[in-house]
Every structure is written in C-alpha cells, then in structure tokens.
Design a protein around this ligand. Structure first.
Ligand SMILES: CC(C)(COP(=O)(O)OP(=O)(O)OC[C@H]1O[C@@H](n2cnc3c(N)ncnc32)[C@H](O)[C@@H]1OP(=O)(O)O)[C@@H](O)C(=O)NCCC(=O)NCCS
Length: 187
C-alpha cells in the first residue's frame, strides 16, 4: 500500500527521534519533538507511514502570515521515490489552508539534494546565516517561497520527467543518491 501522511502524535515521538538521529548529525531530542507535538500551538508536524513504520517526517511553525519549515527527512532506504516532495507539498497545503502565502527555511549550503527539492517548490535563496551549523561551521542559506504562485512541483508530470532526465548522472546508478549529502544535512 502507498505510504500515507498523517499528523504526528506523541506516540510517534520515539520513532521520529530515532529517524532524526539516523539522518542528522545534530539530531533533535525526543523532548524537543514531544514539545513540538504536545505543547507548541504554532507547530504542525506530519509523518510518512509505510505499513506501520515511520519512514519520513516534516514539520513547520505557523507564525502570523509565515510558515517556517523546521524539519524534513526521509529514511535513507526510501529516498528518491517522491516522498520528500509529498511531505513538502503537504506542508504547503496546510500553510495555504491557513491563508499563509510565505514559507521559509534554512538549508546547508552543501545540501544539494534538499536545495533541488526546495527549488522545485519555488524556494529562492534570500540570505545567509554565516557559520550557522555548529558541527562544521557551515553557512545556512535562508530560502523563501511565495505559495501564492504554483511551483514547478505542482505543475505537470512532464516538467518533472524533463528535469529528472536533465539531472542525468547526478542520481544515476546510485541506489541511495542522497548518501552523498545525507547525514548532517539539517535545516
Ligand atoms: C531532502 C530529502 C528529504 C529528499 O527526499 P526524497 O524523498 O529523496 O526526495 P524526492 O524523491 O521527493 O525528490 C524530490 C526532489 O529532490 C531532488 N532530489 C532528490 N534526490 C536527488 C538526488 N539524488 N540528486 C539530486 N536531486 C535529488 C530532486 O529535485 C527531486 O525532484 P525530481 O525527481 O523531480 O527531480 C532526503 O534526501 C533527506 O531526507 N535528506 C536528509 C535530510 C535533509 O537533508 N533534509 C533537509 C534539510 S534542509
């Protein structure tokens, strides 16, 4: 059955934190995720569930007229199948349901895969936080998207296949293409 996206609950926190530890070098604690799900009224978190297992998650804060994406991750074994895009689309749908048309996030300069995903959704670089990531001292790129405009990701599938073909070898022959960028590529 196709994996489904649903709201994250407190019961998911332990599995989500385990996935976060697998994916990121600066993972969030269980307490942080619990706080988001249980106590933060601005937070909207979702999980991607496949046959009872959590294989991805994403979250954001709805702050006045802006949505701030805090996390998005897909289990390494399930990448490259459109799940990251589904999660991000889900967040944009929630934001639009709240009449929010501006979405922002931060991404490591080296995280080419995530930056490509964000570009598909209309995110554009708008600034830098120098030395933002404390493990490597890498800069964070601040990106913004205007949700009032339909993004390339929301246009036809023809655009998607053309872009995938155009990418050529960047993913070719690599069972886990994101491994080059994977661990440590946090927001
Ligand atoms: C970023 C991440 C969530 C993408 O998830 P995913 O399910 O593999 O992505 P999708 O299959 O939905 O691909 C969506 C787009 O991402 C980009 N992308 C995905 N894998 C890629 C790869 N190996 N090489 C280049 N671009 C890639 C493409 O733009 C792709 O769209 P396209 O196939 O139409 O060209 C996933 O790689 C991940 O969890 N990375 C580690 C955590 C992380 O870095 N999170 C972001 C922090 S800012």
């Amino acid at each position: 059955m196709k994996p489904t996206i649903r709201p994250m609950t407190e019961a998911d926190v332990s599995a989500v934190a385990a996935l976060d530890r697998l994916v990121f070098t600066l993972p969030w604690s269980e307490a942080s995720f619990r706080h988001e799900v249980v106590h933060n009224p601005l937070a909207r978190y979702v999980v991607l569930e496949d046959d009872g297992a959590i294989i991805g998650y994403a979250g954001m804060w709805l702050v006045f007229d802006e949505a701030h994406v805090t996390n998005i991750a897909v289990h390494p074994a399930h990448r490259g199948r459109g799940y990251g895009a589904r999660l991000l689309k889900h967040l944009t749908d929630i934001a639009r349901d709240h009449s929010i048309s501006k979405m922002t996030l931060e991404v490591r300069a080296s995280n080419a895969v995530a930056r490509r995903l964000y570009a598909k959704f209309g995110f554009r670089a708008a600034g830098l936080r120098p030395g933002y990531y404390e493990d490597t001292g890498e800069d964070a790129i601040i990106m913004w998207a205007d949700l009032a405009e339909p993004s390339a990701a929301e246009e036809g599938s023809e655009t998607r296949s053309m872009r995938s073909a155009d990418r050529g070898l960047s993913r070719g022959g690599d069972a886990d293409g994101a491994a080059h960028f994977g661990a440590g590529d946090e927001l």
